[in-house]
Ligand binder design. Structure first.
Ligand code: PLP
Length: 439
C-alpha cells in the first residue's frame, strides 16, 4: 500500500531511476542513496528545504551529507562562490584564498600546525594514514567497529568480511577493535608493535550512530601517546560542527592528525589533513633530490581549488562566531525531544538520540536512558544494524518522504536554516509516518 502511494507520488523520480538503472550500478552514484523501490530525485534546494522533480517540497535532513551547516544556498556562500567563478575556477597556481582558508582552520583548530588540502574526506583519511605510516615506519592502522572513514582500501579493510577488490595484505594492515573498550585497545597496541596509527570518529561511529564515551576518547589519547602511535581524529563530520574547533575542542583533546571535509568546504567538494608540523611536514620538499624522491607523496589537480576555498572561507567566518554550532545543536535537542515525545505518546518501542546537530531514530529496539535524560543505544553493533536488518530504515524513510521529510538514513543533520516550524512539521510527519508504517 505504502509502496503504491510512493510510486504514484514520486512518478518523475521513478522515470529518472528507470534511465539511471541503464547507466549506474543499482542506478546510484552513492551507495548511501539506495532506497527501494527507487530514490527521490531532487531538482533544487534552499535553506532547510528541497524540491523533488515532481515539485514536492521536502524538509531536508541530509544537509549535503552533513556539509551544509548553514542550509542550502546560503546567500553569503552563493555570493562568494559566484564571485570566484568569474575570477577563475582553477588558477593553476598558488592563490591567496588557500592561505586565508588555511589560516582560518588554524585559528579554529590549534592542533593544525600544518595543513594540506585534499579533494574529499576519503582522500584526507588516506593521506593521514600514509603520514602516520611514514612517521612511525610501521604499517598497521587500528580502527573502531562501525566507524566510517571513506572508501579507500584501508578504510574499507579490517572487518570480518573482506570486501571484493581489497587485497589480503591491506586487510592484514588494518585491525578493527570495539569502541568504548580501553582494555581491548591497550591489548591491541601491546600485542601489535607494528601499529602506526589509530583512527577514530570522535563523535561516534557512523556520524554518532554508535556514540563513544568522552572518557574513552581521553583513554585513546593516553594509550596512543604511551605506545608512540599517531592519533588521527577523523573530524570530517564533527569538524566545525561539535564546536567551532570540532570534537577536539568539544572534548579538550589534542590529536596528532585531523581529517577534515564537508563543512570545511562550505558545501563544495574537498577535504584536508592537518596536525603536528613534524608529521605533516613529511610532505615537504627538503632540497635533497634523493630524499625528496622518497618523501610522502600527495598531489591532486583540484587540491585547494578556488571555488571550495571561497565557499570554505565564507563558511568558516560564520563558524568563527560560534553561532552556527550553537544554533544547530539547540534545534537538534528540540527535535530529538519532540520525536521522542511522539514515540512515547504512541507507545512505540524505540528512541531518538543524537549529539551536537545530528540525530538517529532507533525503532523496535531498547535504549539506555542516561543521567541527563538522553538516550544511548544498547549494543555495540548499534541500533542501526538492527534497524537495517528489519528493513525498518527503508520503511521509515519511505513513510517520511510521503509525509514531506527527507531523512538521511534513520536520522539526519540540523542546520541554522531549520526553523521551529520545520521541527514541528517534522514531528507531525513522524507521527503520521508511524501510523503509515502500521499499515
Ligand atoms: N570520514 C567520515 C567520518 C565521514 O563521515 C566521511 C563521509 O561521510 C568520510 C570520512 C569520507 O568523506 P568523503 O565522502 O568526502 O570522501
Amino acid at each position: 500500500m505504502q509502496e503504491e502511494q510512493y510510486r504514484a507520488r514520486f512518478s518523475g523520480s521513478a522515470a529518472l531511476f528507470g534511465r539511471a538503472q541503464r547507466l549506474f550500478p543499482s542506478g546510484l552514484t552513492h551507495d548511501a542513496r539506495y532506497l527501494e523501490p527507487f530514490p527521490v530525485y531532487a531538482a533544487r534546494a534552499a535553506g532547510a528545504h528541497k524540491w523533488d522533480v515532481d515539485g514536492h517540497e521536502l524538509i531536508d535532513y541530509w544537509m549535503g551529507h552533513g556539509a551544509l551547516l548553514l542550509g542550502h544556498a546560503h546567500p553569503t556562500l552563493v555570493e562568494a562562490v559566484t564571485a570566484q567563478v568569474a575570477r577563475g575556477t582553477h588558477l593553476g597556481a598558488n592563490h591567496p584564498l588557500e592561505v586565508e582558508w588555511a589560516e582560518l582552520v588554524q585559528a579554529l583548530m590549534p592542533a593544525v600546525e600544518r595543513i594540506r588540502f585534499t579533494n574529499s574526506g576519503t582522500e584526507a583519511t588516506q593521506l593521514a594514514m600514509r603520514l602516520a605510516r611514514a612517521y612511525t615506519g610501521r604499517t598497521r592502522i587500528v580502527k573502531f567497529q562501525g566507524h566510517f572513514h571513506g572508501w579507500h582500501d584501508t578504510a574499507a579493510a579490517g572487518g570480518a568480511v573482506r570486501p571484493a577488490g581489497i587485497p589480503e595484505e591491506v586487510m592484514e594492515a588494518a585491525l578493527v577493535v570495539p569502541p568504548n573498550e580501553p582494555r581491548v585497545l591497550e591489548e591491541a597496541l601491546r600485542s601489535h608493535p607494528d601499529v602506526a596509527g589509530v583512527i577514530i570518529e570522535p563523535g561516534g561511529g557512523a556520524w554518532g550512530e554508535l556514540p563513544v564515551r568522552a572518557q574513552f576518547l581521553h583513554d585513546v589519547r593516553d594509550l596512543t601517546e604511551r605506545y608512540g602511535v599517531v592519533l588521527i581524529f577523523d573530524e570530517v563530520v564533527t569538524g566545525f560542527r561539535m564546536a567551532p574547533g570540532g570534537a577536539q575542542q568539544y572534548y579538550g583533546i589534542r590529536p596528532d592528525l585531523v581529517c577534515l571535509g564537508k563543512i570545511l568546504c562550505g558545501g563544495l567538494p574537498g577535504g584536508a589533513v592537518g596536525g603536528r608540523a613534524e608529521i605533516v611536514d613529511l610532505l615537504a620538499f627538503t632540497g635533497d633530490p634523493a630524499r625528496d624522491a622518497r618523501k610522502v607523496a600527495h598531489l591532486g589537480t583540484f587540491n585547494a581549488n578556488p571555488l571550495s576555498a571561497a565557499a570554505g572561507i565564507a563558511m568558516l567566518r560564520q563558524v568563527q562566531t560560534g553561532e552556527p554550532t550553537r544554533q544547530a545543536a539547540q534545534l537538534n535537542a528540540r527535535l530529538v525531544a519532540a520525536l521522542n515525545e511522539v514515540l512515547e505518546r504512541r507507545r512505540v518501542k524505540g528512541f531518538v538520540y543524537g549529539l551536537s546537530s545530528w540525530f538517529h531514530v532507533a525503532l523496535g529496539t531498547e535504549g539506555e536512558r542516561q543521567a541527563d535524560g538522553s538516550w544511548w543505544p544498547l549494543t555495540t553493533a548499534g541500533a542501526g544494524a538492527e534497524l537495517a536488518a528489519q528493513g525498518l530504515v527503508q520503511r521509515l524513510r519511505r513513510a517520511m518522504l510521503l509525509e514531506g521529510v527527507d531523512l538521511m538514513r534513520n536520522g539526519g543533520f540540523l542546520s541554522t536554516a531549520h526553523t521551529l516550524a520545520d521541527l514541528e512539521a517534522t514531528a507531525q510527519a513522524f507521527d503520521r509516518a508511524l501510523e503509515r508504517m502500521r499499515e
